[in-house]
Write a protein that binds this ligand. Structure first.
Ligand SMILES: Cc1cc2nc3c(=O)[nH]c(=O)nc-3n(C[C@H](O)[C@H](O)[C@H](O)COP(=O)(O)O)c2cc1C
Length: 186
C-alpha cells in the first residue's frame, strides 16, 4: 500500500463562474484512488509589497497559503491565460509563497493545466507558469500538457468534463502526478 497523496488545488481565477475553478472541481472528482484534492482560495492575498514584508511581515492570508502548500504532498494549478500569460492574482500568490525563509514551493511536485473559452486552452499562459515555477524550484510534471480549449463545449455546470478525450487527459495527468509525487518522496 502506498501512502495517500494530499493535493492542494489552486485556481488562478477569482471569478465565481470561472471555467478554471470548474475544471479544478472536475479534476477533484476524477482523483484516482489514494489521492485527495483540496481546493484553496487566493482571493484575500494582498498585492506583494516589500515594505509590508520587511515591516509587519508576510500577511496572514499569504502565510495561510504557504502553510497549506507546505502541508500538501503536491499542487494542482488551474491557470487561466490573460494576455498570453499567467493571471496577476496567481503570480502574486506565487510571489508571496516564494519568499524566504523555507519557501514551500521548493521541491514541490506540481501539475498545471487550464481552460479557456477560446480554442487555445491557455497553452501560452501555462508555458509562462512553468517558467515561473522553475524559478522557485517547483518540480512541474512535464507531460501530459492539458490545455482545454472551447470550455463551454467540454465542461458542464456541475463540474463534469463532458468530452471523453479531455476527461482521459485529466485522469492521465492526475495518475502521473501521483506517480511523480511518490517517486520524489521515495
Ligand atoms: C485581461 C484578460 C486577458 C485575457 N487574455 C486572454 C488570452 O491571452 N488568451 C485567452 O485564451 N483568453 C484570454 N482572456 C479570456 C479568458 O480566457 C476568459 O476570460 C476566461 O474565462 C478566464 O478564465 P476563468 O473563466 O477561469 O475566469 C482574457 C481575459 C481577460 C480578462
Amino acid at each position: 500500500m502506498t501512502d495517500p497523496i494530499r493535493v492542494l488545488g489552486i485556481s488562478g481565477s477569482l471569478r465565481k463562474a470561472s471555467w478554471n475553478t470548474l475544471l479544478l472541481r472536475a479534476a477533484q472528482k476524477l482523483a484516482p484512488e489514494g489521492m485527495t484534492i483540496e481546493i484553496t482560495e487566493i482571493r484575500d492575498i494582498p498585492f506583494y509589497d516589500g515594505d509590508v514584508e520587511a515591516g509587519p511581515g508576510i500577511p496572514e492570508p499569504a502565510v495561510a497559503l504557504r502553510e497549506k502548500i507546505r502541508a500538501a504532498d503536491a499542487l494542482l494549478i488551474a491557470s487561466p491565460e490573460y494576455n498570453g500569460s499567467v493571471t496577476g492574482v496567481l503570480k502574486n500568490a506565487i510571489d508571496w509563497a516564494s519568499r524566504p525563509p523555507h519557501q514551500p514551493l521548493d521541491g514541490k511536485p506540481i501539475a498545471v493545466f487550464g481552460t479557456s473559452p477560446g480554442a487555445t486552452g491557455t497553452i501560452r499562459g501555462q508555458a509562462h507558469l512553468r517558467q515561473v515555477l522553475a524559478n522557485v524550484n517547483g518540480l512541474v510534471l512535464v507531460q501530459p500538457v492539458v490545455a482545454v480549449g472551447n470550455a463551454a463545449q467540454r465542461l458542464d455546470a456541475d463540474a463534469n468534463i463532458t468530452d471523453e478525450a479531455t476527461r482521459n487527459f485529466v485522469v492521465t495527468m492526475l495518475t502521473r502526478l501521483a506517480d511523480w509525487t511518490h517517486r520524489l518522496k521515495a
